[in-house]
Design a protein around this ligand. Structure first.
Ligand code: GLU
Length: 459
């Protein structure tokens, strides 16, 4: 079990998407790992919209992310929006300026590019040379007077940052290999780096669980945490591998087909997405689950592998079907009602238990509901045989044994067995070539309807 999960703060985690698109199954992995971690350690889960980029962030995407998370079974304890918290970031930036950690730079993008090319030509790493630190107050004032707008860089210490990552183990990043990061652009807008740290401190985040594309950011952010709040405010980090497609391609908010919205519309079960998103790329086998609680009990960050987490869309569809096949009636009743399947024409629980193992997606239940509750076109391929079965229909009440009683009487009377005995009955009673076990369907169809279907004229 996560032995290193000892933090002086109460467990508080956050999922921090930018509302610039629909979230995909890879984002779901991050959201779920955070959520299940919070549940497991009786902590809280914050949904934080990283919407400082006012141009690209859209309220409609924030809404769709909330809907997608709710559908997955994730209910945040709190929702915050960075766009409402600029005062905190301004205050933090002022503090960093006052302590000399945030300094103005005036190079244009072209100048920086030329510098990098010169460094590369000389075989040097393209690290920012900090020449802005050599500007005198008079030079800076002159540049400002010319109308130049500075961007602001954070001065990294010249050291190695080390941390114990809950997934990747011992990590270290040589800060000398990094450029001092720009925290504020020339137009005054914040890059993600500083607001994230300010919020993590303000919201007392104990664990930052996110994709491994943020490992280098962690080193920089640890420095900012320490500069703003001292070493005690640095959370524990856990950087997980990223889900890729079976062919190894990364997912992006643009990969629409794997957005949670598209998967929901395709009828994929949320529990299948949760199982696949959490268990892929871990030492636990991907398997169907029947509740988030089951996944929560399985969660162990140390089981997450450092290798790529490849998943297969075809596997997702299979997993979704296998998930449905195990779902107890109580967990699906409300959704059946919403689909218009209601108690009355037959016992809905018995219906569910009869048909669930034949479904690929929940909506397929409607096919069998229609077979049971609506008129169908029986397929009478062998009228004489079918006619001979009618007088053998057992008397009511009917139950799960009725099918065996009836077919054994038919076998005795006609000498038929196997497919020749069963298949014409299936066609006549359901109008379908395949389907759920007739032992379960027959009592739901009922004697009067069965009799009428068997007596229908051959088409
Ligand atoms: N908005 C960032 C992202 O989506 C959050 C990263 C983090 O969790 O710190 O990548």
């Amino acid at each position: 079990m996560n032995p290193t999960v000892s933090s002086p703060k109460p467990t508080t985690v956050r999922f921090a998407p930018s509302p610039t698109g629909r979230i995909h199954i890879g984002n779901a992995r991050t959201a779920l790992l955070n959520y299940l971690f919070a549940c497991r350690f009786h902590g809280s889960f914050i949904l934080r919209f990283d919407d400082t980029d006012i141009e690209r962030s859209k309220e409609a995407f924030a809404q769709s992310i909330s809907v997608d998370l709710q559908w997955l079974g994730i209910n945040p304890d709190k929702v915050v929006r960075q766009s409402e918290r600029f005062a905190l970031y301004d205050e933090a930036a002022d503090n960093l300026r006052a302590s000399g950690r945030l300094y103005p730079c005036f190079e244009s993008a072209d100048e920086l590019d030329r510098k990098r090319k010169r460094q590369q030509a000389r075989g040097l790493p393209p690290v920012y040379d900090r020449s802005a630190l050599n500007l005198t107050e008079t030079e800076k004032a002159a540049l400002l007077a010319e109308g130049k707008k500075p961007h602001w860089r954070f001065k990294l210490d010249d050291k190695t940052v080390e941390w114990q990552d809950l997934i990747r183990g011992s990590c270290h990043v040589e800060l000398a290999s990094l450029s001092d990061p720009v925290l504020i652009r020339a137009d005054g807008s914040y890059l993600y780096t500083l607001p994230s740290v300010v919020d993590d401190i303000d919201l007392a985040i104990s664990h930052v669980i996110r994709g491994e594309d943020h490992v280098t950011n962690a080193a920089v952010q640890i420095q900012i945490f320490e500069a703003l709040g001292g070493p005690g405010c640095v959370p524990q980090f856990a950087h997980h591998n990223l889900l890729t497609t079976a062919s190894g391609e990364g997912l992006s908010k643009r990969s629409g087909a794997l957005s949670l919205t598209a998967l929901r519309e395709a009828g994929i079960e949320p529990l299948a997405i949760a199982a696949l998103a959490v268990l892929t790329g871990s030492s636990d086998a991907v398997r169907p689950i029947t509740s988030m609680r089951e996944l929560q009990d399985l969660l162990d960050l140390s089981h997450i592998s450092r290798n790529a987490a490849r998943f297969d869309e075809v596997e997702l569809a299979h997993l979704s079907a296998r998930t449905l096949h195990q779902l107890p009636y109580a967990d699906v009743a409300a959704r059946l009602h919403e689909m218009g399947l209601v108690e009355g024409p037959c016992d809905l629980q018995a219906f569910w238990l009869a048909v669930r193992s034949n479904l690929n997606i929940l909506n397929d239940a409607k096919i069998w509901w229609a077979v049971i509750t609506q008129p169908i076109q029986p397929l009478i391929e062998d009228p004489d045989y079918i006619a001979a079965t009618v007088p053998l229909l057992p008397a009511e009440p009917w139950n799960h044994e009725t099918w065996a009683q009836w077919t054994s009487a038919i076998k005795t009377a006609t000498g038929r067995k196997g497919r020749a005995l069963f298949h014409p009955l299936r066609l006549a009673l359901t109008g379908h070539e395949h389907g759920p076990e007739l032992a379960s369907l027959l009592p739901l169809i009922g004697r009067a309807t069965a009799m009428a279907r068997l007596s229908a004229p051959a088409a």
